[in-house]
Design a protein around this ligand. Structure first.
Ligand SMILES: [Zn+2]
Length: 342
């Protein structure tokens, strides 16, 4: 008799649990918010998760919802209502027995129309998070295009200020990750030296740091394979170029590039060095420094110049489209006859 009673109790317990699970789904990232409906008992892992879901629901279904009452101490209660004062009402709170945040009361019906002009739940930080992958590929994504994409994706019209705030947040998120990458530089170099000891990697730390922190000042890299490949199989042409790194880290990227048999670029070596992009004087000096350096290291080498830079100087005294075309025709001539013809 006792055993039977116990079996009935166990069955009741499990039966009850499966019924609970079916009735009260856990709402999170996997939920489809385009056709989402509010039901009493829906569970959330935390109060913040509940707020995130309300934001997603509001933005994707085009309703302008706002918090009308919030109490973090009394069962973490939140009451949400529609800004256009329609029927919608949502009340969430903490369920300490089940240790989850739940919807305690709801009227999910709206009698307002879709609002495109403003959405209180749409925060620039949230949008920045959604578009982070796009910003990685297009760091100079323009405010105008951001506004158009938000309009197309979320059907909400935002102003230019909002687009700039989105840019600001993505900038911060991406720069944070950039610093993290630079902190891995030391271990990456050690790993490279271990696998490929003949490669040249020189990292110079900043000696002027008072706190003795390991802040890198410049880095020079040349892989063994590239070095041997160039020495053994390529024309002895080295093109040196530099560009400014357009990030908060600053500095310049210097590269030495050769030409392969298909007239394509062949990277030989590269370096990241310090340098201020606002300092125009240094830029012109640096050009002279390249000339001097090449004269010193390779005194017998023929020193050619970049055609685009020659044109930039030459164009100051000889203006006009016709002369420009003639210049490039002469430059591109592969033989003497073509050159004289030009
Ligand atoms: Zn409404």
């Amino acid at each position: 008799m006792m055993l039977r009673h116990l079996l009935v109790q166990i069955k009741g317990f499990f039966g009850d649990k499966s019924r609970l699970r079916k009735r009260d789904p856990l709402i999170g990232d996997n939920t489809d918010f385009k056709c989402f409906e509010w039901v009493i008992g829906q569970r959330f892992t935390s109060r913040q998760s509940f707020k995130n879901v309300v934001a997603k629901y509001g933005i994707l279904q085009g309703s302008n919802i706002t918090i009308t009452s919030s109490n973090n101490h009394r069962k973490q209660n939140i009451i949400m209502k529609c800004v256009s004062r329609c029927k919608f009402y949502l009340y969430g709170g903490w369920d300490s027995r089940r240790v989850v945040y739940v919807v305690k009361s709801v009227d999910g019906e709206h009698n307002c129309s879709r609002n495109m002009k403003k959405n209180r739940q749409m925060k620039s930080r949230w949008v920045a998070d959604q578009f982070l992958e796009v910003f990685k590929v297009r760091p100079h994504w323009q405010a105008k295009e951001i506004m158009a994409t938000i309009k197309k994706t979320f059907s909400v019209l935002v102003n230019k200020d909002f687009a700039y705030r989105v840019m600001y947040h993505t900038h911060r998120m991406l720069h944070g990750s950039m610093l993290e990458h630079y902190t891995k530089l030391g271990s990456n170099i050690e790993a490279l030296k271990h696998i490929n000891p003949q490669s040249l990697v020189k990292l110079v730390n900043n000696p002027t740091r008072v706190d003795n922190a390991n802040v890198s000042q410049r880095l020079h890299m040349c892989f063994e394979g590239l070095k041997h490949g160039w020495l053994e199989g390529y024309r002895k042409v080295i093109c040196i170029d530099a560009c400014f790194l357009k990030t908060f880290l600053g500095g310049q990227l210097l590269s030495a590039i050769g030409r392969d048999h298909n007239d394509q670029m062949y990277p030989i070596s590269w370096a990241v060095v310090e340098g201020d992009e606002n300092d125009l004087v240094i830029k012109s000096y640096e050009h002279q420094a390249i000339l001097n350096g090449v004269d010193k290291v390779f005194p017998k080498a023929e020193h050619r110049h970049c055609a685009r830079h020659i044109y930039a100087h030459w164009h100051k005294s000889f203006k006009g489209e016709e002369l420009k075309l003639l210049f490039w025709k002469a430059i591109k001539a592969y033989n003497k006859a073509d050159f004289e013809d030009a």
